[in-house]
Design a protein. Structure first.
Length: 295
């Protein structure tokens, strides 16, 4: 089985091209591939499958724990780069790639190229954010509130809720460097008021045009970047009157630009990088599929 190792602002993935839809991704296989010591290593695994309903391809994304995910913003950029660089879609300036996800078809434009003709940067139409708590989903008696108070670990946390096709809680903080991501993140991810669990972002406003963000991702832990998390944070802070229509989001792995005209579509722009290509050993693959590599 051939694979590509890729990342978007250091949110890294094992990418498998499967346009004939022949590969079955079990939870055990995903966990083995994503294992950073006994596998290839990554925050998740992306299977690029056959596109339907006008899409050029389908992004079948799984978190490192094997769970199925609706959408991954950094992953969409990686898939677009892979399709263009490997000649699986038309290669020309301004090309629009249509990528199917479990949160609908996402339109991606290539906006930056390397000197060798490979894709450097893309812009993704992430769609219209979902703000109704019931659709996030998030349980509340005050659906119109911009911030919701959640009781956790003997204290209270104020957060905003947004779905970008996947659920997010956004916690405004004064200093993201000392935010309790490793403790409060998992407590909120699995909180009963998020029935489908959630990604939890900790956002610090630097100015109306710039924020700093750390994200505890559902089923993964803290990651160096989260594309949908960046979009959710900007939408939430914009509703609170703290940022403008276009925001540079600094994450641990780099910077993403998120644009959101009020009541419009969210656009996320950022880099995509392919690191290496390789072949998984047959004996290792057999053991992984059998679940023999589980800790």
């Amino acid at each position: 089985m051939e694979f590509t190792k890729a990342h978007g602002t250091a949110n890294d993935f094992v990418v498998l091209t499967d346009l004939d839809d022949r590969l079955e991704l079990s939870g055990a296989l995903v966990r083995a591939l994503a294992d950073r010591r006994r596998g290839v290593g990554g925050d998740g695994v992306i299977r690029i499958g056959r596109g339907t309903q006008g899409a050029d391809a389908f992004m079948d994304y799984r978190n490192a724990d094997g769970s199925i995910v609706e959408l991954c913003g950094n992953g969409v950029r990686v898939v677009a780069k892979h399709l263009v660089d490997h000649g699986l879609v038309r290669e020309e300036p301004g090309v629009t790639v249509r990528i199917g996800t479990r949160a609908g078809v996402k339109r991606v434009r290539v906006v930056g190229w390397h000197d060798d003709g490979t894709v450097a940067e893309v812009a993704v139409d992430m769609g219209v954010p979902i703000l109704d708590p019931a659709e996030v989903p998030f349980e509340t008696q005050t659906p119109d509130a911009l911030l919701h108070t959640v009781e956790v670990d003997g204290g209270a946390v104020d957060l905003a809720v947004v779905s970008m096709g996947n659920p997010h809680g956004v916690v405004p903080v004064d200093d993201v460097a000392i935010a309790p991501v490793a403790t409060l993140g998992p407590a909120l991810e699995t909180h009963q008021r998020f029935p489908a669990k959630a990604n939890i972002g900790f956002a610090e406003v630097v100015s109306a045009e710039r924020i700093r963000l750390r994200v505890w991702e559902r089923g993964v832990g803290e990651t160096a970047a989260c594309g949908t998390g960046a979009c959710a944070a900007v939408v939430a802070l914009q509703r609170l009157g703290r940022v403008g229509d276009e925001v540079a989001v600094r994450v641990q792995g780099g910077t993403l630009t998120v644009s959101h005209p009020v009541d419009g579509h969210v656009t996320m722009t950022g880099p995509a990088v392919e690191v290496a290509r390789g072949i998984v050993d047959d004996a290792w693959l057999t053991a992984a599929r059998r679940g023999e590599l589980e800790a």
